[in-house]
Design a protein around this ligand. Sequence first.
Ligand SMILES: O=C(O)CCC(=O)C(=O)O
Length: 386
Amino acid sequence: MNPPVVARTIDHAAQAAAMEKYMAEGEERAHALGNRGPIRFAGDGALHPDIVEAYWRCGFYVFEGVLKADELADLERDLKDIMSRFPVARGEEVDAQGRKAIGVGQQAPSLFWSKPLADPFGGTAAANGRHPVKMYEPEAAKDAPEEIVYLMLGTLQHSEAALRLYGHPEVLKMVSAINGQDFTPFNEALFIKEPGLGASVAWHRDGVTHWDDPEWDQGTHGFNCMAQLYGCTPANGLWVVPGTHKLRQIDIAAMVEAAGTDRLPEAVPLVAKPGDLAITNRQVVHGSFANNSKDWRVTFNFGFHRRKSVLNVEAGGIHNARAVYDDARIRRRSRMIGYAIDARRQRFPDETPFVYKPHAEAGESWAWDDKAKLDVFDYNLEDLSI
Ligand SMILES: O=C(O)CCC(=O)C(=O)O
């Protein structure tokens, strides 16, 4: 016997009205948190204690005005170049100009496709099943493309501006203050939330490896830096449930069930201007809605770990193949920090470059030159996902 087919109609107008109210209330809650401002350090190089307190209390912090106009212009130019090199459709080998497209010939994961305004991961077993609930999917315009690229991994091999951002001295100083001077890379991603098209990223937490580790704490799975090219609004930006990075166990499906909606009542939007750079703890519950607004959101995302969270740990399966991250693997992956610092020195010679302690101690120096440009192909095969 075939069960009856129940026609479920979604009331998109009601969803839009509820979303508008949710966004306005969320923004008010976000501004009351006190977790935003310029990057500031104390005398001894430590991050200013007010920032440290607010970051650990909330699980995210918005650093204002980190990227200046010239750096933003470089990033925008590279974004346009990258997007022009996307394949004409999933599985195709050429871009709209007939050139070999980005991702073709690469072994490492590169482009992620979605239907416009859809949620490709929510409620699926993909990525270790860490996105348990499907998000609301608004209706895309009739003339929208069949599929769009909403995420690219391995950004640093496709954009020198992104590589230079990765070597930003104040950002790396901040990373070193939080994760220790021997911090390590995680991975890099470019999130493209095009108006009327950008896919949602269902509620999830990033960490997968250490939840049962006796030494686990609120910073064990590291954090991501999220540099904003055009800024972000409640409609197109990331949302975070403050404080959830402190919890070993959390049931996201039950949270959504209790709320009766994917608009989690405790969540707040990460609101930012062009040039702001947020940090988001990988243990905090976070996600973003489909971008049904008229504004672009483009995030240059790059993460870092504490060395002890990755050294000799066996992990992987989401961003990179499963492996034991021994010292040699970490050293090899960390060359990207060396290349980034040198690429930045060449473009911004008046800045004082960051000194990465593991390289200084090993007497290593990394030059961003023609040889290095070949060496970074598929570098993200060796990401350090935990
Ligand atoms: O920027 C977004 O919309 C999603 C980011 C995210 O989920 C992540 O960095 O883990």
